[in-house]
Design a protein around this ligand. Sequence first.
Ligand code: FMN
Length: 189
Amino acid sequence: MKTVARRSAGTGYSMCVQPAFIIGTDNEDGTPNFAPITWVSATCEGGNDYLLVISMFGGKATKQNVLRTGKLSANLVSTDMLPLMDYFGTRHARDGKKDALAYAVSRGERVDAPVLDASPWVYECEVKQAVQTGESITFFCWIKNVQIDETVSCRDAFDVDLTQLDPVIYSGMYHSVGKRLGRIGDYSL
Ligand SMILES: Cc1cc2nc3c(=O)[nH]c(=O)nc-3n(C[C@H](O)[C@H](O)[C@H](O)COP(=O)(O)O)c2cc1C
């Protein structure tokens, strides 16, 4: 195994690489709102009770909407959705409806929140707990339903082939995924 010569870079390089999600919420007037949020992770309460963990900074409408309704959708962003994500992420609901690009919206099947029809993988969520740290709020959300593109074969949570979902990976810049490298255990002795 190689050895890498690293430099200490301070604390500002908080790269947290992950697939990008667009969060769908309802504005106070009932119109849908969408914004990319990439601080998304997961934890497990026990058994199959997974929680989606989503962190939002500042005073954005998406955060206020989640605090008010307790409901949201998390729509995985495939690379064909990149212009839409870039648009949603550079506009604020408080400045007007985000309707310069065309996109279709449905309601969730188990959670009454707006969902993007273009997304291949959608979590329908309700907030269990909100934790404030400084100017951020982290929402621990019950996953009430997962919608998966019918054309994507996926037997369980360990059988997700990201090359089929083709997500945008965000590190501060936008990327796509490379090759599928195997499964847990493929590399052990
Ligand atoms: C690629 C991308 C990722 C983002 N990730 C986050 C995030 O994880 N948390 C956050 O609070 N804001 C994040 N943002 C910023 C919001 O999407 C942005 O402030 C948006 O305009 C908020 O819209 P709203 O005011 O309608 O809620 C991200 C933006 C982009 C473009």
